[in-house]
Design a protein. Sequence first.
Length: 251
Amino acid sequence: MTYSPLTTYTLRLGDTSLVLAQRLSAWCGHAPELEIDLALANIGLDLLGQARNFLTYAAELQGDQLDEDKLAYGRDEREFHNLLLAEQPNGDFADTLMRQYLLDAWHVELFSQLAQSRDRQLAAIAAKAIKEVRYHLRFSRGWLVRLGNGTEVSQQKMQQALNKLWRFSGEMFHADELEISLAEQGIGVDPRTLRAAWEKETFNGLIEASLVKPQEAQYRMGGKQGLHTEHLGPLLAEMQYLQRAYPNQQW
């Protein structure tokens, strides 16, 4: 299906939140502590709410009798536009936490700017979401510092997670023609403008956590254009199974 630039942009925002919410939901009942279990579940619900708002708006923009459910459960892998970082596996708690921290810092800067959008619906969604993602960042940074300065094992696991995920961070700041055009119209956010504030937050966080920023590496990109890693397909198969097996059912 061909989407308008604004619809595609809105899907990019919604898909990243949706995929990350699906990842966090897998921790329910499996987190290291009950407090963490509840926190991850609540963060996942916040992200799911953000995804619903973006996908509902995308469906309204596109028409064609679309709704949020059809966009979430009816699209194939190549039709998703989420960041590659969001689809990376949960791994252990260190992997999940590091992925969350890198994305939380990005979300705070993104929604802070998007709340000033000339598109009133995008601005409203961002204004609501910014309150949530600021809490997410406090949570993930708190655990980043706690584990980075914890035991030798916890510090090692956090550094390994950082080294593994760093190559996916560059995509958050890569701008294509669609994003540049919408930013020039005052609708979207030019992702290049997010890098300085994100680096200030993450570099300070890593220093406080006694972690070492990895050397610059070849960044992996393509998620926003529908080119994903091998991890998204299985995630979507699990997330979409029920709706695909029993289409158009209402519960």
